[in-house]
Design a binder for this molecule. Structure first.
Ligand SMILES: Cn1cc(Br)cc1C(=O)Nc1[nH]nc2c1CN(C(=O)N[C@H](CN1CCCC1)c1ccccc1)C21CC1
Length: 347
């Protein structure tokens, strides 16, 4: 009888569950060849039901998104029963819990985080994607207190680009833009900016601008666009929140304007740079060499395999080695444990 999670055998050591949501669970894992921690999102196809397309959406989106503030996808395994997504491990947990633990953030700390969010969202918009579920639960902290965006299951990549209309109403109600909940056509990029306004309000105030136990009352509040402005907010904070929480999407600040908004520039004096630090087009020589030696292949063969970006174990091993290199750690694979009989011959 097959043991559980057979597909991961020999590739990842599986440890405790670190998150569980509707149709998925996330377990801590160790990549065998490097010993690095990973987060493995496991989805059961039967439980997914009509949500199955969301998984394909998320996988395809995350394969195309490589950015320092987006949680990196390393490996995708599909079996008859399950999908496994092997992703970057973020030991800091959710931004949501961080805000709750601190009640609310000061303007300066909120600005550091929000600049990272603006960079990530500007990057995905330029790749033609709208996230459509931006909220503090979908932002994780890594071990350097940097944010990583996750959960692209509701994202959209409209055929005609981000200027073409979307219809599906989705995401979390409290963060949903007025035009999205009124069933009208909307632009994903404009709806994302509204959600970012709700997110920044939550960072600065520690509670939501629009909240109600009844969904219909909540929707009415969102459609009025009226929210409480606590006296402890600076006038610049009030201004940027007002610029993002405009009911009329055409009056709402754009992501491009956000990148150089006065509130964003304060203390930094440089606009948010949305460019990715990852070089995906050119493969890294050190990583190729280390893997070629390990697999007993030529560098040319190894380059050939990696250039296919199949998101298999070769891809995850390469990306994890690259992550180590970017952290200034040695680009080394753990050597295969040598069986004793091989050592006898050396005696
Ligand atoms: C909470 N926590 C504590 C430690 Br230490 C590490 C973590 C942690 O979650 N780390 C972590 N690293 N990488 C990931 C995670 C969690 N994680 C997630 O993808 N987490 C999401 C969280 N969503 C937010 C709203 C609903 C669910 C999730 C999605 C489906 C099922 C369970 C969890 C990934 C894989 C991308």
């Amino acid at each position: 009888m097959s043991t559980q999670y057979e597909a991961l055998k020999g590739l990842y050591h599986l440890r405790e569950t670190i998150g569980s949501g509707g149709f998925a669970k996330v377990k801590l894992g160790y990549h065998v060849l490097t010993g690095e921690k990973v987060a493995i999102k496991i989805m059961d196809k039967k439980q997914l039901g009509e949500d199955l397309p969301r998984v394909k959406t998320e996988i395809e989106a995350m394969k195309e998104l490589s950015h320092q503030h987006i949680c990196k996808l390393y490996h995708v395994i599909e079996t008859d029963e399950k999908f496994y997504m092997v992703l970057e491990h973020c030991p800091g947990g959710e931004l949501f819990d961080y805000i709750v633990a601190k009640d609310k953030l000061g303007e300066d700390e909120a600005r550091v985080f929000f600049r990272q969010i603006v960079g990530a969202v500007a990057y995905i918009h330029l790749q033609g994607y709208a996230h459509r579920d931006l909220k503090p639960e979908n932002l994780l902290l890594d071990d350097d207190q940097n944010l990583k965006l996750i959960d692209f299951g509701l994202c959209a990549k409209p055929k005609g680009g981000l200027t073409s209309q979307l219809f599906t109403c989705c995401g979390s109600p409290a963060y949903a833009a007025p035009e999205l909940i009124s069933g009208k056509e909307y632009l994903g990029c404009e709806a994302d900016v509204w959600s970012m306004g709700v997110l920044l309000y939550a960072l600065l105030c520690g509670y939501l601008p629009f909240d109600d136990d009844s969904i219909s009352a909540l929707y009415r509040k969102i459609q009025t666009g009226k929210y409480d402005v606590p006296r402890f907010l600076s006038k610049e904070s009030v201004r940027i929140l007002d610029d993002m929480l405009q009911v009329d999407p055409k009056k709402r600040v754009s992501i491009k304007e956000l990148q150089c908004h006065p509130w964003i520039l304060k203390n930094f004096n440089i606009p948010v740079d949305h460019r990715t630090k990852y070089k995906v087009s050119v493969l890294d020589e050190d990583c190729i060499t280390e893997m070629a030696v390990h697999y007993g292949k030529s560098k040319a063969e190894m380059t050939e395999i990696l250039s296919k970006w199949k998101y298999d174990y070769f891809t995850s091993t390469y990306l994890i080695l690259m992550a180590k290199k970017m952290r200034g750690q040695p680009v080394r694979l753990l050597q295969k444990p040598k069986p004793l009989r091989e050592r006898q011959q050396e005696r």
